[in-house]
Ligand binder design. Structure first.
Ligand code: NAP
Ligand code: GDD
Length: 337
């Protein structure tokens, strides 16, 4: 049975990847952080108590800031594949906590790579690199586009990218970078712009919130569907030769386009409820990202399956359902009226 280790398993991508690997018959190990409240909500559907039979998912406390624990865990687990997804992943927050972001998102990758070397094992290694590394380089961005990072987060990701390349070249590791463009889903963190929009518009429609405060509506992104993108991670790791791959839909939309599509699906005029709050502007913005995933299509056979309009509908419908599930009292009253 193939053993995979996932850092960041409690995040959006980690949870989809864990599901996909379990469905393929893997034994999956995940690193989780100690938290004063449950941080495993996204794993609820796949987690089983370890006292049950045939358990294939194992969670271990660790932190990317502590290398000794990483070394010990990797030695004990002896994974065949390591998917390094753990990171302080919020770009705007990285301007507030740059040292922490550099440490966890940048140095965390070095700690993982060194822990693998210390354990004297040779798993395949996936680095969660990001389109943010391209920063101000104009679209379309491909594997040969020079990086120009525009945030502490992006600088840290450039470090992680080159660390993976360097360990491949120096030690012959099967280390690959997935340079993933933005990918979203109903499990997207609530403070990233797509989920912030779908969640807020649904709450406004239900009368629970009056306004939605946003920053730069003109920023453009290449937004795909997260499960398509975690599938690409697995395909990259299965490829005989390690390498670096852009994963993207090749379509670009603005934040305003996302508001239009979500508002239309809900039947809400978003212009009446959205206000601009400069708090959400970035010290340096990334204006336009649109990826060229030709290499992934030709070498891996990867293609996205969900369009922009479908993605918006999936996210809005999921937030409508989540709110309905949260508010059974409201639903009962509505049915009786
Ligand atoms: P996410 O939802 O923010 O998940 C981040 C994960 O990292 C969570 O499991 C989080 O744990 C964990 N983490 C944070 N700090 C940690 C620490 N100090 N030690 C151990 N674990 C820590 O991110 P995502 O959207 O799934 O993205 C996955 C990876 O891909 C990240 O590296 C991200 O930067 C990168 N990426 C994402 C996108 C995208 O559009 N989603 C695009 C390109 C690259 P908690 O749950 O406890 O917070
Ligand atoms: N978060 C947020 N909140 N973004 C806003 C808001 C707001 O209120 N208003 C406008 N935006 C704009 C941001 O300025 C940015 O240009 C765009 O919406 C997208 O912001 P996010 O959803 O926060 O994502 P991101 O593109 O900065 O970063 C995400 O994608 C990267 C890949 O390109 C994250 O998932 C990163 O971890 C990932 O690497």
């Amino acid at each position: 049975m193939t053993k995979a280790l996932i850092t960041g398993i409690t995040g959006q991508d980690g949870s989809y990847l864990a599901e996909q690997l379990l469905a393929r018959g893997y034994e999956v190990h995940g690193l989780i952080r100690r938290s004063s409240s449950f941080n495993t909500g996204r794993l609820a559907d796949i987690y089983r108590d370890r006292h049950e039979n045939d358990v294939k998912l194992f969670l271990h406390h660790a932190d990317l800031a502590e290398s000794s624990r990483l070394v010990r865990l990797i030695y004990e687990i002896q994974p065949d594949e390591v998917y390094h997804l753990g990171a302080q992943s919020h770009v705007r927050v990285s301007f507030d906590i740059p040292e922490y972001t550099m440490d966890v998102t940048g140095m965390g990758t070095i700690r993982m790579l060194e822990a693998i070397r210390d354990a004297q094992i040779t798993p395949r290694f996936y680095q969660a690199s990001s389109s943010e590394m391209f920063g101000s380089a104009p679209p379309p961005q491909g594997e040969n586009t020079p990086f120009h990072p525009r945030s502490p987060y992006a600088v840290a990701k450039v470090m992680g990218f080159w660390a993976a390349v360097n360990y491949r070249e120096s030690y012959g590791m099967h280390a690959s970078n997935g340079i993933l463009f933005n990918h979203e889903s109903p499990r997207r963190g609530e403070t990233f712009v797509t989920r912030k929009i779908t969640r807020a518009l649904v709450r406004i429609q239900a009368g629970l919130q009056e306004k939605l405060y946003l920053g730069n509506l003109d920023a453009k992104r290449d937004w795909g569907y997260a499960p398509d993108f975690t599938e690409a991670m697995w395909m990259i790791v299965q490829h005989d030769e390690p390498g670096d791959y852009v994963i993207a839909t090749g379509e670009m939309h603005s934040v305003r386009d996302f508001l239009n599509a979500a508002g239309e699906h809900l039947g809400i005029d978003w212009e009446k409820v959205v206000e601009i709050d400069p708090t959400y502007y970035r010290a340096a913005e990334v204006d336009a990202l649109c990826g060229d995933a030709t290499k992934a299509r030709e070498e891996l056979g990867w293609e996205p399956t969900v369009t922009f309009d479908e993605l918006v509908k999936i996210m809005v419908d999921a937030d409508v359902k989540q709110l309905a599930d949260e508010r059974p009292g409201l639903n009962i009253r509505a049915e009786n009226e």
